[in-house]
Design a protein around this ligand. Sequence first.
Ligand SMILES: [Zn+2]
Length: 67
Amino acid sequence: MGLLCMIVGHNVNRHRVWHDSLNFRTNCERCGTPLLRDTKGWREFDSAIDSDTSRSGHPHSEDGAPG
Ligand SMILES: [Zn+2]
């Protein structure tokens, strides 16, 4: 996590939000930390408690794709 994220919180990338069948997901625009939106709002994705086989993978592969 970046220092700025520790101070002001993660910067939710609202342009890249997707749904994994259970929750809306995205990444922090600044540091790339996976984020999940639960009933209270956006928080860090915690694989220890958020792992669920019914979650779908990201619909788009963004690895190395320009634009
Ligand atoms: Zn961040």
